[in-house]
Design a protein around this ligand. Sequence first.
Ligand code: AHR
Length: 327
Amino acid sequence: MSITRRSLLIASAASAAASLLAARAFAAAPPLEKKDTYKVGFAQTESNNPWRLAQTKSMQDEATARGWQLVYTDAAGSAAKQVADVNSMIAQGVDLIFLAPREEKPLIPAIMAAKGAGIPIILLDRNVDQSLAKPGEDYVTFIGSNFIEEGQRVGEYLVGLGGDKKIIIELEGTTGSSPANDRKKGFDDVIANNAEYQIVASQSGDFARDKGRQVAETLLQAHPDANVIYAHNDEMAIGAIAALEAAGRTAGRGDCLVFSIDGGKEAVQLVVDGKIEAVVECNPRFGPKAFDTAIAYSGGEAIAPVIINPDQMYTPENAAELLATAY
Ligand code: AHR
């Protein structure tokens, strides 16, 4: 091996060891210095649906209102790109990073790299594997909805409805993401406790409208007796309605009940129209709470490890009245 190559290898091993040592040097998540204004990063996971666009707008509006510089990146649905995005924010010397981690495990190295560089991270909307990274220690806190409860609310509403709609197709979100894992757990646990209900198929539609439509089309062919579709977000629910209609079926109480989570205007309108039975809200307007939490952290206030956004539910009883407030 040439002397130059050997020296390069030694240098890169030394820098990897240095960042691990730096990460370990903080017993707690890195502090945020008190300043009049900040340069913060927002590492978004993708921008393929109204929920993501509403979340990004809320963050951008809040940064503008406070006069903070926002370094915004869109990982375009790739966890690997999102890791690179966080590393680039570290290199740009941001004061703090807001991260919406696409999946539970692949973003852990990025969180540790930020910690090693002394940059605090606040997780927004999606969580990470709690056995690999901890709030207060590796990142400041998680701000978002209770995804398990969202799934439970759909399950309990369905069971509470009674009637003959009991054969269920479940459209899961992005594999490995916390909302997909938790929305499934919350719903499936309720169904497991109600023996007359049956989930006949459960498959990922990747939180995307067209993927949801394609998966629903295949599953409806395999299970023509299915009369409930539970989609982990609005986009897949809207895709599923298209699949039902293409199969000559009807979304609604007369044929197949459809449920979703998010609460965008289009989905809430579909509740008003009777095509979606109910939508559990997942509030995407993170800006004010995210920035307030950063300020509180810089002031040395104790930050709760988990900060839950309260969410409502859109049903045939309230959807028309609440439509104007949906994002
Ligand atoms: O993490 C929240 C989920 O991600 C939303 O339900 C979905 O629409 C988004 O892509």
